[in-house]
Design a protein around this ligand. Structure first.
Ligand code: CDT
Length: 309
């Protein structure tokens, strides 16, 4: 049986506040059709794909906030995506703001198989930014205000011919996210992001935005012997520039496909999942080389302390 998964990274250009879900879903269906014409098994969409990146604004009105959230998936508005996926026989992953029946709010991604069945769900764990109103910022980053920390850890699912995992945006900067999936033999990590170029508390990092994006995805792929498919929502959204650079990274750590624009753009790669094997069996044979007893500090301590004495 073939171990090739042909993946389409469906980078999306800006989504303004005035854009309806119907318009966004129509763009996504178009990209899904393009992916199918390239015989993709799977198409990966960004974080919070269905709306503008609303955590840039401080809002207090519950109805105004909840208008950015999905109460069901699929819904009437997202059904065309699921219907088209089933018709084309293509899997996909999608990021969206989830409002549960219990009234909980998460930054979520789902994995959907070729029969349009949801087979995996991940809720974002590393929520960047701040919880309080900070109007001095050119753009706020209020994920800690709008979302709870995800409660599902990082799962890995036997789906679409391989071991599939998901993480969301800021997770990609943390080695723990990759390693929890590496320990479940992940072969392909699907990852959507919205990354503003300007980081108000650290503007000296702005010129390094694309470099840091590449750095973490390439390191995560290599150190865990996995494919990483990173997909941006990018361009100038409501006056805020977000980086593109959507990338397909091999287990070698090499970038084998990368978007050139800051707009809707599909990049496609044939990914051999067996390329993961030599890394998982040699340098990163976890069972042979890891020393978890010596890593206790990682799970027992949160912030950094100084050296003793
Ligand atoms: N969406 C998201 O997680 N963006 C963050 C921005 C960090 S700056 C507050 C990222 O890590 O790309």
């Amino acid at each position: 049986m073939s171990r090739i998964v042909t993946v389409g990274a469906a980078q999306m250009g800006p989504i303004q506040r005035a854009h309806s879900r119907r318009e966004v879903v129509a763009r996504m269906v178009e990209m899904m059709r393009e992916a199918a014409s390239h015989r993709c098994d799977l198409v990966v969409f960004p974080e919070l794909t269905l709306t503008t990146f609303f955590p840039r604004w401080w809002m207090e009105d519950r109805n105004e906030i909840d208008a950015f959230f999905e109460r069901e998936m699929p819904s009437n508005e997202t059904a065309p995506l699921f219907n088209e996926a089933a018709r084309l026989g293509i899997g996909f992953s999608l990021g969206y703001a989830e409002l549960t029946p219990e009234g909980r709010h998460f930054n979520t991604a789902v994995l959907v198989d070729k029969s349009a069945r949801i087979v995996g769900k991940y809720r974002k764990i590393h929520l960047p930014g701040h919880a309080g109103h900070e109007p001095w910022r050119a753009f706020q980053h209020l994920e800690k205000h709008y979302f709870e920390v995800g409660d599902l850890s990082w799962g890995v699912w036997n789906a679409l011919g391989g071991h599939m995992g998901m993480m969301i945006c800021n997770d990609r900067r943390w080695p723990e996210s990759y390693r929890v999936m590496g320990l479940q033999s992940v072969e392909m990590i699907l990852l959507g992001y919205n990354t503003p170029r300007h980081n108000p508390p650290a503007p000296d990092h702005d010129r390094l935005s694309e470099f840091h994006n590449q750095l973490v995805m390439q390191a995560g792929a290599y150190q865990n012997g996995t494919w990483v498919v990173g997909v941006a929502k990018c361009g100038v959204e409501e006056g805020c520039e977000m980086i593109g650079g959507s990338s397909i990274v091999a287990p070698t750590g090499e970038v084998i496909g990368q978007a050139l624009t800051q707009d809707d753009e599909l990049i496609v790669a044939r990914c051999d999942l067996d390329l993961t094997k030599s890394y998982k069996a040699s340098t990163f044979n976890f069972d042979m080389h890891r020393q978890p007893d010596q890593y206790r500090r990682i799970v027992e301590q949160r912030g950094a302390v100084g050296p003793e004495g």
